[in-house]
Design a protein around this ligand. Structure first.
Ligand code: ZN
Length: 431
């Protein structure tokens, strides 16, 4: 296998094992455990040593991992990479069971900006976090992943909606409730019973849950030459995997850090989201002195990594003609002077130099003036911490679909660029 094929095999396995932010965070922590990083519970005292490698998890769904250089005061800044662990999906309501015409249906809530059309006619499963009462009365969070297809949202046949191809719209309350089976008479389905059986406990031990539906079709390489990666949650588990791999494999004497946050798709406002205090609290424990912290952050750089929109050959007018990224042509610098992206000429120039040194091609994305622009954790983190930041990511198609598409060469290119960032000696600030 080539290096890129080996890298992508690891990425595909991670995507398959990460149907929810909880599973993704557990998988990233496992990669760090295997590499010898030390887990630091937030509730513990931290005894950090120069040269030490650590990680900490909040809410089971966000993680900050870091490797310390020799300088305890971080005078040359911290090399940071950020990404997010969540993806748009359908989440199960607290009292979801319904019996409609003998079909067991689950009530779902739309999480984030889901592209709903591709969710129809998929073989869906259920995964998430369940909080249970143990035999001795303690509360424990357990992960579940049913893995097998247990649900489907059938399309309405074209014969019953002759205008479907011209003007079918989707009501997110009434049209997307999935079917889990059939019930006798007026019997009710029992989700808690299903979860309890899966976990090997009694139904009354299931206290609460956060569950989502996901597609059971495995991530795959696709194309005549395997040019593409097709998978759910490429936005943004691809960047999480790239960041943690780069942190583990960076050959560097400098302090470097990766933060993967939950709740980006709904605005990042939570204890574990990028608008919350998680990263700042870790940095405060790294650098308790406020003046040291300010000095270090001014000399630091954050790569905010999140996927970009490749120019679609069937819809070329959705991009500005001069800024249409192509799949497999390298990471994309995302620029928006209205600060939907945090890139500026200082941070972009720094990254251009790293890309040149590592022989990595970069592309550019700007939103058209007559279309809205997405945003990322980049501007949020820059606003919270004052750290110089840049937005970049691999080009993709079908962002927020249940099955997205990326180029098979781009994840490894982003990985090599991140390693270059982590390796760079001296202050990252441009004078
Ligand atoms: Zn994203």
């Amino acid at each position: 296998m080539t290096q890129a094929e080996t890298f992508n095999a690891g990425l595909l396995a991670f995507l398959a094992q990460s149907p929810t932010p909880f599973h993704a965070t557990t998988g990233l922590a496992g990669m760090l455990d295997d590499a010898g990083f030390e887990a630091l519970p937030e509730t513990a005292d931290w005894a950090l040593r120069p040269g030490g490698r650590y990680y900490t998890v909040r809410n089971g769904s966000s993680i900050v991992a870091f490797a310390l250089g020799a300088d305890a005061r971080q005078r040359t800044g911290i090399r940071m990479l950020g990404a997010h662990t969540d993806s748009p999906c359908l989440m199960v309501r607290p009292r979801p069971e319904a019996n409609r015409r003998g079909y067991f249906q689950l009530g779902v809530e739309v999480y984030g900006g889901v592209l709903l059309n591709p969710w129809f006619d998929r073989d869906l499963s259920l995964a998430g976090r369940v909080v249970v009462r143990t035999a001795d009365g303690a509360l424990r969070a357990r992960l579940v992943d049913l893995r097998r297809p247990v649900a489907v949202i059938p399309s309405l046949a074209i014969h019953l909606d002759r205008d479907a191809n011209r003007q079918r719209s989707i009501n997110p309350e009434t049209d997307i409730q999935p079917l889990l089976g059939q019930l006798a008479g007026d019997a009710r389905g029992d989700l808690r019973g299903l979860l309890a059986a899966e976990l090997g406990i009694a139904a009354d031990q299931v206290l609460d849950y956060e569950l989502c539906l996901y597609d059971t079709q495995a991530p795959a390489l696709l194309g005549l030459q395997s040019e593409f990666i097709a998978s759910a949650r490429l936005d943004n588990l691809l960047s999480c995997y790239v960041g943690i791999r780069a942190l583990i494999e960076a050959d560097s004497e400098e302090t470097r850090l990766v933060v993967c946050s939950d709740h980006e798709e709904v605005g990042s406002g939570s204890t574990s989201g990028a608008q919350g205090p998680f990263l700042e609290s870790v940095l405060t424990r790294l650098l308790p002195d406020a003046a040291d912290r300010s000095r270090a952050l001014a000399a630091s750089l954050l790569l905010s990594t999140d996927n970009a929109h490749g120019i679609h050959p069937n819809f070329p007018t959705r991009h500005d003609a001069g800024h249409g990224p192509l799949l497999n042509q390298g990471p994309v610098l995302k620029i928006n002077h209205n600060q939907r992206y945090a890139t500026n000429s200082l941070t972009a120039a720094r990254v251009r130099e790293w890309a040149r040194a590592a022989d990595i091609q970069l592309q550019h994305f700007v939103a058209r003036n007559d279309m809205g622009c997405g945003t990322t954790i980049g501007p949020i983190t820059a606003t919270r911490l004052g750290v110089p930041t840049l937005d970049l990511g691999v080009p993709t198609f079908a962002m927020h679909s249940i099955r997205e598409l990326a180029g098979a060469a781009d994840a490894q290119a982003l990985f090599l660029l991140a390693k270059q960032c982590f390796r760079h000696p001296g202050s990252l600030a441009v004078s």
